[in-house]
Ligand binder design. Structure first.
Ligand code: HEC
Ligand code: HEC
Length: 255
């Protein structure tokens, strides 16, 4: 893959040689997503959620002002940049700093970012242990409770895929928000919100039936966490990498 890219990109391979791979060799999906959370907590105030709020600084696409090594980036985060508003974080653990570095690296060429997963094993996990088709449709097979994943590799970056698996509630598409109602007759129905008007609400219940309720019929109603389970604690690093690799390949090319 790297060779292929080198051949395709006219501005040279050196860029790719050091860019995400330097840290990707050791970083896991857990590091990247934990790094994203730390970034949002400690850096986004100034740099913005996409890393481009400060003039002439772009943290969101790997376009640093210099070709920093991971160590140099870690040093900037730890010590700050003297005589500028960029503060140091002397109390931050080195492990967390490296997670932020892994996250920033992952944004660089995110479509090609790889955790060295095995898509074949990813497919086995998808069909087996993950039981993903109990909620997702893929190339016409599986349930419609969750989003169709047939072209997910086209519409999501690797980082977004990792986040969907590890912190699903962080990034729920509006069309897939969970919703629950309690009717006056005591029936509880939960599922995916399809539409909410002034007087009524429609959802797809967990048996994939379309249900419609007048608000006047309801005792309680509102958003709930989506049904997508977090795979933290259930899948290890390698398994997450395998699944992400498998999902990234779902681009609708098979048909
Ligand atoms: C108080 C605001 C502020 C916070 C918080 C902050 N930064 Fe910065 N950062 C800046 C400013 C301003 C600059 C540009 C400094 C300069 O002029 O050289 C900068 C520069 C940088 C650079 C150098 C970029 C380049 O291309 O040379 C990196 C990397 C960086 N910040 C990372 C981070 C990270 C990661 C965090 C969170 C741990 C963070 N910053 C938190 C304000 C901030
Ligand atoms: C109990 C039902 C359920 C199971 C099991 C489930 N998911 Fe999901 N999944 C959902 C729902 C609902 C959403 C949409 C809401 C959200 O993003 O949290 C979703 C969202 C996603 C997304 C993000 C889709 C997008 O458009 O961004 C991905 C990727 C995903 N799931 C992959 C998987 C994989 C891989 C598995 C198996 C390991 C799995 N899911 C198991 C219900 C489920």
């Amino acid at each position: 893959m790297r060779l292929l890219l080198c051949a395709m990109l006219s501005f040279g391979c050196t860029l790719l040689a050091w860019s995400p791979y330097a840290s990707a060799q050791h970083a896991t999906a857990f590091d990247v997503i934990d790094g994203k959370q730390a970034y949002q907590q400690f850096c986004a105030n100034c740099h913005g959620p996409d890393g481009d709020l400060i003039v002439n600084v772009d943290l969101g696409h790997g376009n640093f002002r210099q070709p920093y090594t991971d160590e140099a980036l870690a040093a900037i985060i730890s010590q700050g940049i003297p005589n500028t508003p960029m503060p140091g974080n002397p109390a931050m653990a080195q492990a967390q700093i490296l997670q932020i570095v892994a996250y920033l690296r992952s944004l660089a060429v995110d479509q090609t970012y790889t955790l060295a997963g095995d898509p074949g094993r990813g497919q086995s996990l998808y069909d087996g242990k993950g039981n993903c088709s109990s909620c997702h449709r893929l190339n016409g097979r599986g349930s419609g409770l969750g989003p169709d994943l047939s072209v997910i590799g086209r519409t999501r970056t690797a980082v977004e895929l990792m986040e969907s698996l590890l912190d699903p509630q962080a990034l729920v598409q509006p069309a897939h928000r969970g919703y629950a109602v309690l009717t006056r007759s005591g029936e509880r129905v939960a599922g995916r919100l399809l539409n909410r008007g002034a007087f009524s609400v429609q959802l797809l219940d967990r048996d994939e039936r379309l249900r419609s309720f007048q608000f006047a019929q309801l005792q309680e109603y509102g958003f709930i966490a989506s049904d997508m389970p977090s795979l933290r604690g259930l899948f290890d690093e390698q398994e997450i990498a395998d699944l992400v690799e498998f999902l990234a390949l779902q681009r609708g090319d098979a048909q």
